[in-house]
Design a protein around this ligand. Structure first.
Ligand SMILES: O=C1O[C@H](COP(=O)(O)O)[C@@H](O)[C@H](O)[C@H]1O
Length: 241
């Protein structure tokens, strides 16, 4: 399988996928902490990265100097169903990782559209430079972050020369956002500037979606655009169910 310059890690089972991905992320965070005394980590919600987050939370890093935020958020208050913030607090920000600083992507505005510029200001001052690690998930419809196929707002997120770090998205495209259509997401330029981009897509079904996406157009299968990160992209999957 040609990988156009990115790193493709195919484990033989789910257990190895989890330990290998968690270790690879740990190494990049440790490297940033050694070089700069601090590290930045953006994480996705979803089922795919969950066991990796649980393993990473037990890594004895200098977590008090790690700032964590989200790749995307569904526009629901923290604690409500579908909240990526709650999910990250329950999966990643436990054990040693409980010492990290967390920056949410939601406020009490009624719609993400109106809130995105204010949240972007906080995001930009928290993360003025390239992120150390950006962890992406993927749905079987080929979305990553909240970049949904067929969404009318997708162009704003994928604009390569765009200046907005965070944009509002209406996920009610072809597949929809699982009932969570009002969303905020990082834009493609933020991900493309990151020092390390991890795509966590466990199992044969997601692996097949990723491999087929090589020939797809980005509006049809947005995840394919991550290939542009080349050697900074680390894809972790496994051959199991
Ligand atoms: O809606 C979302 O879904 C994707 C993938 O979720 P998964 O459950 O299929 O792993 C996730 O990456 C994204 O952060 C989330 O908002």
């Amino acid at each position: 399988m040609p990988t156009s310059g990115y790193n493709y890690h195919v484990a033989s089972n789910a257990e190895d996928y989890v330990s290998e991905a968690a270790e690879a992320i740990r190494v990049r965070l440790e490297d940033a902490l050694l070089k700069r005394g601090k590290a930045s980590l953006l994480v996705s919600g979803g089922s795919s990265p969950k066991p990796v987050y649980e393993a990473l939370s037990r890594a004895p890093l200098d977590w008090k100097n790690v700032t964590v935020s989200l790749v995307d958020e569904r526009w629901v208050p923290e604690g409500a169903d579908g909240s990526n913030a709650s999910f990250i607090k329950e999966s990643l920000l436990q054990n040693f990782a409980a010492a990290a600083t967390f920056v949410p992507l939601v406020n009490d505005a009624p719609k993400a559209k109106n809130a995105a510029p204010d949240i972007a200001k906080i995001f930009d001052s928290t993360f003025p430079g390239p992120l150390d690690v950006c962890v992406m998930g993927m749905g079987t419809d080929g979305h990553t972050a909240s970049w949904f196929p067929g969404s009318e707002t997708l162009d704003a997120a994928l604009e390569i020369g765009g200046v907005d770090s965070l944009v509002w998205q209406d996920a009610s495209g072809q597949g929809g956002g699982s009932g969570f259509d009002d969303r905020i997401t990082v834009s493609l330029p933020v991900v493309m500037r990151a020092h390390n981009v991890f795509l966590l897509i466990p199992g044969r079904a997601k692996k097949a979606v990723w491999e087929k996406s090589a020939d797809k157009e980005i509006h049809e299968t947005p995840v394919t655009t991550l290939r542009a990160a080349e050697a900074r992209l680390h894809v972790f999957t496994h051959e199991g169910a």
